[in-house]
Design a protein around this ligand. Structure first.
Ligand SMILES: [Zn+2]
Length: 242
């Protein structure tokens, strides 16, 4: 695979009215990579690595992240996800492809964790699915066959703040629903080809959502080999989440 700086080349033509997508500086100037040179360098230094929340929820598959959820990477994810900078999907998706490639080198099936309908409305479309397309394109261009699958849908659910880990796991599981026809198709495909199924998400914090998605698929006969995320929240203390 080419270097990470190459992967960011899609940012080259972005002139973002709010300035650098990473630090907010340099407003009004054409920005190489859509971010200032310092921010580009900060992301280019990141390399996919295994990550695991502690404690990890039961059923969580092996996870890999590009970096910690902090600094420039956090700002790029937030800019893309919650501040309407949809064109960051290309470069962030290509970075996510690097994480997938760290988990599996052959043909893969990618399953983005679905947005709830309310979140997708707020974001003008499912943000993980939009990220998955350039990720898949990048992997295919590097010679890795990829299938994108959407066997799950998400229901809106209340804020999980204040829930304990068991309650959070139950809420995450209840929020994910199978799409029966797609799920059956995926089960048949995986049974036939043995292709590993990799979940995609933007940020892992407690791991409850990824564990719930893996559990849903496993119960339907689709084993999940791993999860690729852009960023992992570093939990400094259990108090942070309450
Ligand atoms: Zn910057």
């Amino acid at each position: 695979m080419p270097g990470v700086t190459d992967l960011l080349a899609g940012l080259a033509d972005l002139v973002l009215p709010g300035g650098c997508a990473g630090c907010g500086g340099a407003a009004g100037r054409p920005l190489r990579y859509g971010a200032c040179p310092e921010c580009v360098a900060a992301v280019a230094r990141l390399r996919p690595h295994p990550t695991r929340p502690d404690p990890a929820p039961s059923g969580l598959p092996p996870c890999a992240a590009l970096g910690d959820y902090q600094g420039v990477l956090k700002e790029l994810v937030l800019g893309y996800k919650d501040r309407g900078r949809h064109r960051l999907a290309g470069p962030l998706g290509r970075l996510l492809a690097e994480v997938v490639a760290s988990l599996a080198t052959g043909p893969v099936v990618l399953v983005p964790v679905p947005d709830s309908p309310a979140a997708a409305r707020a974001r003008h479309g499912d943000h993980l699915r939009r990220l998955a397309r350039p990720a898949a394109a990048r992997l295919r261009a590097a010679g890795q066959p990829v299938v994108l699958a959407g066997p799950l849908r998400a229901r809106s659910r209340p804020d999980s703040t204040g829930l304990d880990s068991g309650q959070r796991a139950a809420a995450a599981a209840a929020a994910l629903r199978p799409r029966p026809v797609r799920l059956a198709g995926l089960r048949q495909r995986v049974a036939r080809t043995g292709e590993p199924v990799i979940l995609l998400d933007d940020v892992i914090t407690t791991g409850a959502t990824l564990a719930a998605a893996a559990g849903r698929l496993a119960r339907a006969g689709v084993p999940v080999a791993g999860a690729a995320v852009l960023a992992a929240t570093r939990r400094r203390s259990v108090d942070i989440e309450h």
